[in-house]
Design a protein around this ligand. Structure first.
Ligand code: OGA
Ligand code: MN
Length: 296
C-alpha cells in the first residue's frame, strides 16, 4: 500500500495523506510510514485532532517512548502539566498560563530555539520525534528543519575524511550554556552527574537508505581530544553548512498538525513568537533509541 505523498519544494519534507492518528495503524502501514520517515526525514499529517493518549498510542507504532526529562528537579513532578510520556514544548505552566519571562523552565525551554537534534545527550540517542500542534501562535512560532544528509554531501572530500572518525561529546550543559544558563549554579552535584557528556559519532549512516549524514546538535559541545575553542568553531562551521537556507524547510503550524521528524537525519529549531501574549501548546512524544552508537 502506498500513501499519497506530497513532497515539499525543499524535498526532504512531505505531507502524507490517508492516516487518522486516532485509529490503529496496520502492520503494512507502519512499515510504509517508517520507510517514508527514513526516506524524507520530515513528514506532516494535517487535521489530526488528538488527545495525549491517542498521541502516545500512535507514537508507539514507531517504538518505545522515551520518557520526558526526569534528570533535573527543575520541573518538579507536581508542577508538570503533562504525563511523563509527553514532552511539554508549550509556553504554559500547569494552569495553562504563559510562563513569566524570568521563569527558569521558560528559559530552559528556549534551548529549543537553537539548531538541535532531540536528546542526542542520551547514550542511546532517540530516533523520531512526534510533535502535535494543539494550539498554535498566530504569528511566528514556525519550526524549521535542516537536512544533515545534504550537509554531509556538501562537504569537500577532505572534510568528509576529516569528520569520518571524529567523536562528539553531547550534553544539555552545552546547549543550555549557549543561552547563559549556568547549570552548575542551579543544579545539585548529584543532578550534574546526570549531565556528563555522552559520546556520539559525527557521521551516521541510515540503515534503510544507506545515506550518510552529519550528527550535530546544540548539545554537541566538544570534539573528543580537541581544544574547546577549536571544537566550538568547527561545530559552528558544520551547523552553518547544514543550515544553509537552501536546505531549510520551515513548518508554519496550523492547529492539529502532526509532524514527525527523524533526529538522526535532520536538525530543527523553534522560531520566535510572543510567548507572553500568545499561547502555543505543542506536545512532543519521542521514540527511544535501541542502540548505543559507540562505546562510552
Ligand atoms: C521539540 C522542539 C521546536 C518548536 O519539540 O523538540 O524543539 O518549534 N520544538 O516547538
Ligand atoms: Mn527539539
Amino acid at each position: 500500500m502506498n500513501f499519497k505523498v506530497l513532497k515539499s519544494k525543499i524535498g526532504f519534507a512531505a505531507e502524507v495523506f490517508g492516516i487518522d492518528a486516532r485509529q490503529n495503524v496496520s502492520q503494512e502501514h507502519k512499515i510504509e510510514l517508517t520507510r517514508l520517515i527514513n526516506e524524507y526525514a520530515v513528514i506532516i499529517f494535517k487535521n489530526q485532532k488528538i488527545n495525549d493518549d491517542q498521541q502516545i498510542k500512535f507514537s508507539e507504532n514507531f517504538g518505545t517512548i522515551e520518557p520526558a526529562g526526569t534528570n533535573t528537579e527543575l520541573t518538579k513532578m507536581k508542577d508538570r502539566r503533562l504525563s511523563l510520556k509527553m514532552n511539554d514544548v508549550s509556553n504554559l505552566d500547569k494552569n495553562n498560563k504563559p510562563l513569566a519571562k524570568s521563569n527558569q523552565n521558560r528559559i530552559f525551554g528556549l534551548g529549543n530555539r537553537l539548531w538541535h537534534t532531540d536528546a542526542s545527550f542520551k547514550k542511546k540517542p532517540v530516533t523520531f520525534s512526534i510533535l502535535s500542534g494543539r494550539k498554535v501562535s498566530a504569528k511566528g512560532g514556525e519550526t524549521e528543519f535542516c537536512d544533515m544528509r545534504c550537509g554531509y554531501k556538501a562537504l569537500s572530500k577532505e572534510m568528509k575524511n576529516k569528520v569520518e572518525n571524529l567523536i562528539g561529546e553531547h550534553s544539555l550543559q552545552y546547549s543550555r550554556g549557549k543561552l547563559g544558563f549556568v547549570m552548575k549554579d542551579v543544579l545539585s552535584k548529584k543532578e550534574l552527574e546526570k549531565f556528563k557528556p555522552v559520546l556520539q559519532p559525527l557521521v551516521r549512516k541510515n540503515s534503510i537508505t544507506n545515506r550518510k549524514s552529519l550528527y550535530l546538535s546544540a548539545h554537541l559541545g566538544l570534539i573528543k581530544g580537541w581544544e574547546l575553542a577549536d571544537s566550538i568553531l568547527f561545530i559552528n562551521d558544520l551547523i552553518e553548512i547544514c543550515a544553509c537556507s537552501d536546505y531549510i524547510y520551515s513548518h508554519k503550524w496550523e492547529e492539529n498538525d502532526l509532524v514527525i521528524w527523524d533526529n538522526t537525519q535532520v536538525m530543527h529549531r523553534g522560531r520566535y513568537f510572543n510567548d507572553q501574549k500568545e499561547v502555543r501548546d505543542v506536545r512532543r512524544t519521542t521514540i527511544a533509541g535501541t542502540e548505543m552508537l559507540i562505546d562510552q
